[in-house]
Design a protein around this ligand. Structure first.
Ligand code: FE2
Length: 214
């Protein structure tokens, strides 16, 4: 199934209000999220049940940021549930899951470029690509989005969710990844390099009023 279109041109606020009233915006978002969940489940749930549990947890975190993201709430939820799809064994080509996953979404599903770029660059993947000699390929095919709010939101969702899908802190998540992979492994080196950026992105999201406890 092809990916539903995520976005058209930016609409004036009054049109957004009308679309929300008529249910068009939420219908479009629902369709995108439904497709994303089905696609991720098909690739991950059978072979990688823990990865699928993590992906569902990340998507649940994204759902909690809907009021922060506004029009892009569905896009974030779709990116969240799909961000690790490149781990699916049948999709491994480079062995670098952000790139393998984004290529599947672009080439097989015709997904929107913002969705593929979010998946390709999730959680500072460019730094890991550098460790693997793939930075040039990643940047050329999927340049990082300039929308800091969306990029931060996906970092927040991924890096505050455990491998099993529960909520955690970014500091605990970073420590868990380093201990699982080893500090001197490719992933360990990447995580240690990206930690200041991860913590800063998570702090920016946590500072937004909509994520404060009531
Ligand atoms: Fe993840």
């Amino acid at each position: 199934m092809a990916c539903p279109k995520v976005q058209g041109p930016r609409r004036p606020p009054e049109e957004n209000c009308r679309r929300l009233r008529e249910g068009k915006h939420s219908d479009m978002d629902d369709e995108l999220v439904r497709w994303a969940v089905q696609t991720a489940e098909a690739e991950l749930s059978g072979f990688l049940p823990q990865r699928w549990a993590h992906s569902r947890g990340v998507a649940a975190r994204a759902g909690g940021l809907a009021s922060v993201l506004g029009d892009d709430a569905g896009l974030l939820r779709a990116a969240a549930v799909l961000h690790d799809i490149g781990y699916a064994p049948r999709l491994v080509t480079t062995g670098f899951h952000p790139l393998d996953g984004a290529r599947l979404l672009r080439d097989v599903h015709g997904a929107d470029h913002r969705l593929t770029r979010l998946v390709a660059n999730h959680s500072f993947a460019l730094l890991e690509a550098e460790e693997r000699g793939l930075r040039g390929a990643l940047e050329a095919e999927f340049p990082p989005l300039e929308d800091q709010r969306l990029v931060d939101a996906l970092v927040f969702c991924d890096m505050t969710t455990t491998p099993g899908g529960a909520s955690t802190t970014a500091a605990e998540r970073v420590a868990e990844i380093v201990s699982r992979h080893g500090a001197d492994s490719v992933v360990g080196r990447f995580i240690r390099r990206s930690t200041p950026e991860v913590l800063a992105a998570v702090a920016r999201v946590e500072a937004t009023p909509a994520t404060q406890p009531r």
